[in-house]
Write a protein that binds this ligand. Structure first.
Ligand code: PMP
Length: 418
């Protein structure tokens, strides 16, 4: 027996102590201002955006939810979920392959394919899993595939690309000329896949979909667009920015989530029937996992169907967003540039953004989670405000007053950030 690595040969004081390691690592995060605390919330059904927060008697106003339209509280969505539970029970009871392929899943996928004008769609447990599973499978199994990835792509796309082990090129954020130069330098015969987003959630800017499709078509490349922060919110039927800009038909794959504007949970891709069949047949992240509860699928379908037919939530959403942006700017709060429904407010320091968030909660009953490195670069720490159609004028007034008071107390802001 080889005893070189037996625990007996290591002095007890030299042995790896897992808890000591974990504590040390957590202490480093705290010293860096990056230790994450999660506020324990109970959302008040029917009273969105109010929620109860542990340790507080009054409800808080949530200003950082990704339930962008409050659809997670919409009567049609609640009804669909209640009905599905009564009809089909709670869990799916299996993977899609083994007994977990219910009619609710199939109908949801048809609804999503129709939303994006594609032949087929495929639903996954979350948007993160969708990107990881679809990209690792597509880029990993198409022989010789080269992936071109925007430098600000979400962690889930980066994970999928990394797990594919495909060759990759990173192009500068939204820089179509850089993308073209990279493509031009590669073998024209190799399959190519361009991965990018429509709404970049931390910088609140929008990807140049048309220009990227133009370049991709010139080089025969496939395109994969993450519309997670856009589905439900933009376009005539809520299919996203590609719909708004008339580009849906040019994209090879459109990826979205059911967990944000649709207010439920889960993720999906929509694409041609053979591509969807290929991912369905090969992606471990799709095959080897219990499918989403049928009631979630039913609720998501009701939400998608509602927002396809109704534009009133989107219209009111844009109105509240415009009001919040202009009111905060008028008050001198450093609102960062935003082409979208997201309202980032610059702070620039990890400890300070945490303190500001705490004060907003404790003194003003306003909940806005701080955004720190690595989600955004160091020195650009910020608050990210997400107005919804359900925030009232009084709640907007209260937000502006509270932010002004807290920023003034810290001698901050009262300027326009870049
Ligand atoms: N893509 C982007 C751009 C995201 O921001 C996120 C999550 N915030 C995801 C994918 C993952 O989606 P989900 O939350 O449904 O897992």
């Amino acid at each position: 027996m080889d005893t070189r690595f037996s625990s007996h040969s290591v002095a007890p004081s030299d042995r790896f102590d897992p808890d000591q390691f974990f504590r040390g690592s957590l202490a480093d995060l705290k010293a860096d201002g990056r230790y994450r605390t999660f506020l324990e919330l109970e959302r008040r059904a029917g009273q969105f955006p109010l929620a109860d927060a542990s340790g507080r008697s009054d409800p808080v106003v949530v200003w950082c939810s990704n339930d962008y339209l409050g659809m997670g509280q919409h009567p049609a969505v609640l009804k669909a979920m209640h009905e599905a539970i009564d009809r089909a029970g709670t869990g799916a009871g299996g993977t899609r392959n083994i007994s977990g392929n219910t009619r609710d899943h199939v109908l949801l996928e048809r609804e999503l394919a129709d939303l994006h004008g594609k032949e087929a769609a495929l639903v996954f447990a979350t948007g993160y899993v969708t990107n990881e599973a679809a990209l690792s499978t597509l880029a990993g199994m198409i022989p010789g595939c080269i992936v071109y990835s925007d430098t600000l792509n979400h962690a889930s796309m980066i994970a999928g690309i990394r797990h594919s082990k495909a060759e990759k090129r990173i192009f500068r954020h939204n820089d179509v000329e850089h993308l073209e130069r990279l493509m031009a330098a590669d073998d024209p015969a190799r399959p190519k896949l361009v991965c990018f987003e429509s709404v970049y959630s931390m910088d609140a800017d929008v990807g140049p979909i048309k220009a990227i499709c133009d370049v991709a078509e010139r080089y025969g490349a496939m395109t994969y667009l993450d519309e997670v922060h856009a589905v439900g919110l933009y376009g005539e039927r809520g299919a996203g920015v590609a719909e708004r800009e008339g580009q849906m038909h040019r994209l090879t794959v459109i990826q979205g989530t059911l967990g944000k504007a649709f207010g439920c949970g889960g993720g999906y891709i929509a694409a041609s029937a053979p591509l969807i069949d290929f991912v369905r047949s090969h992606a471990p992240g799709f095959i080897f996992t219990t499918s989403m509860p049928p009631a979630v699928a039913a609720a998501a379908r009701a939400s998608v169907a509602h927002l396809k037919a109704s534009g009133s939530e989107r219209k009111r959403h844009q109105e509240v967003v415009a009001t919040v942006k202009s009111r905060l700017k008028e008050a001198g709060i450093p609102v960062m540039q935003s082409e979208t429904h997201l309202v980032p407010v610059f702070v620039g320091d990890a400890h300070l953004v945490r303190r500001i968030s705490d004060e907003l909660l404790q003194r003003h009953g306003i909940y806005i989670q701080p955004i720190n490195y690595p989600t955004v670069p160091r020195g650009t720490e910020r608050l990210r405000i997400t107005p919804t159609p359900l925030h009232t004028d009084e709640q907007v007034d209260h937000l502006v007053e509270a932010l002004t008071a807290v920023f003034q107390a810290h001698g901050l802001g009262i300027r326009q950030a870049a």
